[in-house]
Design a binder for this molecule. Structure first.
Ligand code: AMP
Length: 282
């Protein structure tokens, strides 16, 4: 496995790997790798022949009130984990490599960036879409792997790839959870013991909605109030949003129907956590 900092060397290493029609798989990450990331790397190993993982804490997707300096960077452990999983290249650029001059070209995906996290994180998806477009241009993968955990991000990237005819396929992999259902996230480390216990209520609330849907309830307002009841059990949980939207367009639904995304965001202490489920409803 090679660990490469520069765009030039990464391009050269990938050019060397490509002949013979070898397919390139790409897993973009911000590091602090955990089982969620590992599942994407494993999927890439299964579906492609040469796997590139990027580790880059992208400054352009952080808001002014979001502390990028506090983002965990256990780089050596990340490299070891990639090596163990059989990754071929870790691309770990500096911010200067990725943004050598003032960046004034941006990818603004419309509509699907507006609801859910878009409301509270202005500019976030612009930064995500732009850095992904840059990474796709550098690595030129056949397939890129994203987690369902960040459902809106996956929708935004799929939309960008389709709208700009980018020559790669986006594969979305299921959310990996802890035993009690909490979606694994690098932000979980900010929770103290009590907060961590309460964090399991996020998935419990999503499951409650599924239960009510299975029992015939379709009204979003009813489903959301049932979920709020569960979340209110956790006194430290501050709900940011609970929404039921079309899984593809992210348009809000008054009634759950078709492929419905039930998504929520909440703050527990300093950690902002998100989770979701997708249900196919007849
Ligand atoms: P991040 O490093 O947080 O930018 O995440 C990199 C990728 O890992 C994104 O595509 C995330 O959706 C994905 N990911 C993060 N947590 C999980 C999880 N618990 N299960 C599946 N994928 C995840």
């Amino acid at each position: 496995m090679e660990v490469i900092e520069t765009i030039k060397k990464t391009r050269a290493a990938i050019a060397k790997a490509r002949p013979g029609g070898r397919t390139i798989g790409f897993v973009p990450t911000m590091g602090a790798l955990h089982e969620g990331h590992f599942s994407l790397i494993k999927a890439a190993k299964e579906q492609t022949e040469f796997v590139v993982v990027s580790i880059f804490v992208n400054p352009t997707q952080f808001g002014p009130n979001e502390d990028i300096d506090k983002y965990p960077r256990p780089f050596e452990a990340d490299v070891k984990a990639c090596e163990k999983l059989g990754v071929d290249i870790v691309f770990a650029p500096t911010a200067e490599q990725m943004y050598p001059q003032e960046n004034i070209t941006w990818i603004n995906v419309e509509k699907v960036t507006e609801p859910l996290c878009g409301k509270n994180r202005p500019g976030h998806f612009r930064g995500v879409a732009t850095v992904c477009a840059k990474l796709f241009n550098i690595i030129q993968p056949d397939k890129a792997f994203f987690g369902q955990k960040d459902a809106q991000q996956a929708v935004v990237i799929k939309q960008m790839v389709a709208d700009l005819n980018l020559p790669l396929e986006i594969i979305v992999c299921p959310t990996v959870r802890e035993k009690d259902g909490l979606a694994i996230s690098s932000r979980n480390r900010y929770l103290d013991a009590e907060q961590r216990k309460q964090a399991a209520l996020l998935y419990a609330a999503l499951q409650e909605a599924e239960l009510f849907i299975n029992a015939g309830q379709r009204k979003s307002s009813e489903l959301i109030s049932q979920m709020e009841k569960i979340l209110r059990i956790g006194k430290r949980i501050k709900i940011e949003y609970i929404s039921i939207v079309d899984a593809k367009t992210l348009d809000e639904l008054d009634e759950a129907k078709g492929s419905s995304l039930i998504a929520l965001a909440a703050k527990i202490g300093t950690a902002r956590l998100i989770d979701n489920i997708v249900l196919d409803i007849e």
